[in-house]
Design a protein around this ligand. Sequence first.
Ligand SMILES: Nc1nc2c(c(=O)[nH]1)N[C@H]1C(S)=C(S)[C@@H](COP(=O)(O)O)O[C@H]1N2
Ligand SMILES: [Mo]
Length: 406
Amino acid sequence: MDEFAYDKLRLRQWLDGRASGFSRRDLLKLTAAAGVAGALGPAAPAAAADGPIVKPLPPELFKVLGTNAETLWSSLAGVGYHVPIDRFFVRNHTSTPVLDAAAWRLEVFGAGLRGGPVSFSLRDLARLPSVSRSVTVECAGNGRSYFTSQQGQTVSGTAWGLGAVGVARWRGVRLSTVLRLAGLTSRAVDVQASGLDPNYVTGGVDLGPVRRPMPVRKALDDVILAYEMNGEPLPPDHGAPVRLIVPSWIGIASIKWVGRIEVSDAPLFSPWNTQFYRFFGPEFPAEGQPFDRQSIKSAFELDPGVTFPVGDRVRLTGRSWSAAGRIKHVEVSTDGGTRWRRARLVGPSVDHAWQRWELDWRPTAGAHTLQARASDVRGNTQPDVARFNTLGYLFDAVVKVPVTAA
Ligand SMILES: Nc1nc2c(c(=O)[nH]1)N[C@H]1C(S)=C(S)[C@@H](COP(=O)(O)O)O[C@H]1N2
Ligand SMILES: [Mo]
């Protein structure tokens, strides 16, 4: 079953009231309590006194947005394939918990297992065969602010630019290895990890720990329980001691600070696949359209509004990525979209990660608009306009970047 069929089936089951974890009635109650706008709207950031993020957030590397911080694209110029930890974006629903790795336990439980709960320590996981992969983590809301600035549409949620994305080298144990050790049976249907960060409270309602189910097929396919990032122990802000890495899926699937994993024998639901991470809006059914996969995007390694010296040759650099497969080519326009040139692809082209590229340009004096448009090997190309949805997910359109030469 593909993800689209899975989403359709689950949506039907959810509408029929055959849901465990978070039912349609729960959602309706919540919506009534908070008011529709509140229930669908952005969360009021509940920043802890000492800040929701542990690592330093210098203004030359990050733009802070509530409990989150996005990477400034200028900070990726010349830094190589992987985003260093000091500038990797952070998306926290609440705040980074600092957990004791020696005391940490992962509890795997549920009716999809042969027996009772099975508990793993970090040392248990470290003894199992490991895998290392370069994988993109990208927030489903990355690029959200362009719905407003480029398409004139009102959306709710964190107003990200394009910096809620990063590629790192993740090392850990396959989720399939752990599930099999825990006694996975053929009755297993959905797998849901929960975070150990504080419960998410929005509109005065406690939605519980951050969690989101996935089909057992995806869980057994390519998901990693990661304990290393770029060769170092996973840092606190990125989920220490252990997080999920779910290739090609939206960032919310990659649950940080994993404490429990439920393996159910029935469809599972959470607010993160019913209330959030659905397409709502005039083009979509009233109950929203669920989705799991990330889209296709490009970014220049510079910040909008930058000024170049007139007459000098400028080497424009950037990166493009697609959840559907490797990037095939990238076209760049420096004149607002009249003329497009193919960028030179640089370095590796990795599935589930990104492609770097460059193009030389000699700007004339004045204002210019830069655009980059990627195509992947599966025939997807970035559109001119992204599909409007009220929560502002999956902005995949070509972004117009204003720059000046003086
Ligand atoms: N437990 C937990 N896991 C979480 C989140 C969270 O707030 N709590 N945020 C999710 C979201 S929305 C994204 S986009 C990614 C961001 O990962 P990063 O902060 O390591 O960049 O983590 C996901 N995992
Ligand atoms: Mo996200």
